[in-house]
Design a binder for this molecule. Sequence first.
Ligand code: ADP
Ligand code: ZN
Length: 207
Amino acid sequence: MKMILLGAPGAGKGTQATRIAEKYGIVHISTGDIFRANIKGGTEIGKLAKSYIDAGKLVPDSVTCEIVKDRLSKDDVRNGYLLDGFPRSLYQAEELNKFADIDLCLNLEVDSSLIMDRICGRRVCSCGESYHVSTLNGSNICAKCGNELYRRDDDNPETVKARLSTYNVMTAPLIAYYAAQNKLASVVCGTKTPDEVFEAVCEVLDK
Ligand code: ADP
Ligand code: ZN
């Protein structure tokens, strides 16, 4: 299974991707995670990516496409993979076509009025888990691994606004793009809990 996970910022891509990868035994590849690891490690890619990420803009294609191409050349993707956060534009989708043959694009549909609160209240853990402050009862510790939670630098109202507009202009056209290729499946998240969304996702994937 070679698949893409599509959805606006805050749709819950990361949460669902972790679960899908675990259940179906495929590799989870998140370009956002790759960039954040590079920023943390102080690499050249990290230095370049940070200014774009903080502004809510796309990191240049030359860098992003090269990272994904390189990652997909590794042995561990043989049993399948899940791309989370890539492609993010029609250009990237066309580039991806040159080195990969995607089976399915799973689109997480989220109500745009929920996004701002979801992202600005989000706390994440280095293990990949994320939480919303409203459910933490003042705790700042990951229930899964015990590490301290933190807020992503780009999870502030200003940057979220820019990320949403980048999504609407650059990324949303991919929905029609994959629909036209009969590769699109959508899951409506509405007010569903992550567990309920995952159930709906599995129903689609088991078909
Ligand atoms: P979210 O989907 O919640 O906005 P991500 O972790 O997927 O978060 O991405 C964070 C940021 O990393 C994006 O706002 C963008 O700046 C950068 N980024 C991630 N994936 C790509 C990509 N495919 N192309 C360009 N930039 C990307
Ligand atoms: Zn954790």
